[in-house]
Design a binder for this molecule. Sequence first.
Ligand code: NAP
Ligand code: HSE
Length: 436
Amino acid sequence: MTAPSKPAPLRIGLAGLGTVGIGVVKIVQRHADLIAARAGRPVVITAVSARDPQKNRDADLSDYPWETDPVALAQRADIDVFVEVMGGHEGPARLATEAAIASGKDVVTANKALLAHHGHALAMAAEAQGRVIRFEAAVAGGIPVIKTLTEGLAGNQITRVMGVMNGTCNYILTRMQSSGLPYETVFEEARQLGYLEADPNLDVGGIDAGHKLSLLAAIAFGTKVSFDKVELEGIGNVSIEDITLADDMGYHIKLLGVAQMTGRGLEQRMTPCLVPAESPLGQLQGGTNMVVLEGDSVGQIVMRGAGAGEGPTASAVMADVIDIARGTRLSTFGRPASSLADPVAAKSATPAPYYLRMTLLDKPGALAKIATALGEAGISIDQMRQLNQPDAADNKATVLIVTHKAQPADVAFALDQFGPTGVLIGAPVAIRIEQV
Ligand code: NAP
Ligand code: HSE
């Protein structure tokens, strides 16, 4: 009698040995038996690649052949899955991913920038080759949001996807709130702590979070990834004054992503918003991420966890690798790439209440002029407050207004009318209040 043959291992080519790559090495080494038991076959690293072979890294890599060129690694005949954790939406990450697909490899990536820019083309190429691309780690790090949306909620019409998906921005905003320190000081703290991307604008400009939102929207609404249609605004203009005043009114300011399909088209925005302080999103502190998914049958699901870091991100990469080892084959965006629709971007966002802050000349009739400008723009006032001035002698008054639901274009029009009233000092601030 012949012994039953051992299942063939799943062989990984690992490109990138930074924070995420080393996390992957550690899980593969630490949990070899657990993974083999769960996947029904061993998962092994066959070869690795990074820029500097001399760099001291926090893991034993001595068993792994080194490839200088990630494209050569992607094309090796002795790998089954190419794990791309280098980063960047062009250059080696794109070339090697394309090479992996062309040479018949499945791909697991943590690279949201790559997929936000080239996701549809890569998905088409992979499906033409009968290959899969998985990217759990690319959105909200350790939170299994791609799996939840693609599999767990597959029977739902998704109505809305929301989230705080950039930990660095949430750290900066919550630290400003707890310390009373201004943006510039806390930004510098975040830099010292190593929280910022090499290009900080990816974080504070909302780009990284916008990439993530565009990937979730593609799955949720069956559309081609359309990062270029995400309305983006970073946190650089969020002032400590607005954070404090919003807090007094029961709101916290978050860099919030919202994607929803409306009768007017697909809305995708990643912008600073006021959210109720007591809501799960309002309560989110520090570098943590939160994703809120809404489906017609399931209602609302809230997922919270680490959006970055070695362990959480590698955990998500390994979930995808183990799925492939098990034989689970899913389309990149939850349906065949050829069936993804061209998204029609909504020309205007869903109406919402707005928080307005402005400084006015403290003289008779000043507020009336502002109220008239709002009225002429079709905007109704819900609450209005003039803040007490410690020294009223300067003839200035800070005024806060919360509007009823208003069209963003009407708010912009009204703000343009404030200047000609002759009572406005400086620029007014308008921040959307999101119903979460
Ligand atoms: P990282 O620490 O900067 O590491 C990047 C790795 O890629 C390094 O090992 C680097 O080599 C290698 N690399 C860069 N350019 C290369 C090239 N041209 N050829 C070969 N190797 C190259 O980055 P990371 O934080 O691990 O992030 C990797 C990916 O995961 C990115 O797409 C990122 O957006 C995504 N991600 C990261 C996190 C996180 O918490 N860090 C969370 C979610 C998603 P050397 O080491 O030799 O320089
Ligand atoms: N810069 C990102 C963040 C890392 O702060 O959330 C994970 O994508």
